[in-house]
Design a protein around this ligand. Sequence first.
Ligand SMILES: Cc1cc2nc3c(=O)[nH]c(=O)nc-3n(C[C@H](O)[C@H](O)[C@H](O)COP(=O)(O)O)c2cc1C
Length: 275
Amino acid sequence: MARRSKSGGLLLWHWQAWSHFLKCPSESFDLQDSQDPQRIIFFRISCFSNQRQCICGGKENHMKTILINGSPRKNWNTAMMLREAQKGAESVGAETEYMDLFDLSYTGCRSCLACKRKGAERCKCFWKDDLSPVIDRIFASDALMIGSPIYLGDVTSQVRGLIERLHFCALSYDDYANYFTGKVNVGIILTMNAPMAFYNQAYRKKAEEIAQSFRALNGEVEVYACCDTLQVNDYSKFSMAGFNEAHKKEMREKQFPRDLEAAYQMGARLSGGEA
Ligand SMILES: Cc1cc2nc3c(=O)[nH]c(=O)nc-3n(C[C@H](O)[C@H](O)[C@H](O)COP(=O)(O)O)c2cc1C
């Protein structure tokens, strides 16, 4: 589903370039809002794959699922959601690998343009730091579950850096085609203070943009918004009067278990399961 920017030449060029990049002649997309308002799903229809085929039905699953935590906190909301997604992936037999982006030393794209050199290996980031091997592993995987807290209306800078580098090395500067011919399903988990109504009004468009940026991986892309999270255990110790602690605790008790279950299901589904 193509959307066009109305914001002038540069933005239009930018969008045209990216939409061309994201377009694949043998494939088509539908953006579907499911019954569940927390989920955005992009179905890739008639996608091709050069990846291993998974045998569903609980018999055999050779899929590899990478789970990436884009929060600096290793045991809080985003990490908990991803750990459940990992359990879901493992429940259908996928091999999993979990990592914390904040353990890695890297920046966003350095514009070295090594990935655009004539004859260079495609879909490879040549910058020598901790992220390049991760990018290699993502391209070689079957499913990616990436989680990020919302920071000032966007993903964390670490997730943004990963997106820049993952996508730029798969982008042809000859014709804006997508060099990547494999297929990686992508599950994006966003956690935030904002309640669902505010997410729908203010962040949903951003969530769709983030999902769009993973379409170059040629798989199904899903977004799950985990709203109204508990940010600290004891609000009385912080100057955080803008939040109602009783409400936050109630959300943690009643809604968060549902979010965890949704993460589990997403991990299983995108890793080849029927859940
Ligand atoms: C620097 C910073 C900026 C934040 N900005 C937002 C924001 O713009 N909108 C929002 O809903 N929550 C915002 N939050 C709250 C976090 O998104 C929320 O607490 C999230 O669930 C934290 O994830 P974690 O527990 O995995 O660290 C912000 C938190 C921090 C630390």
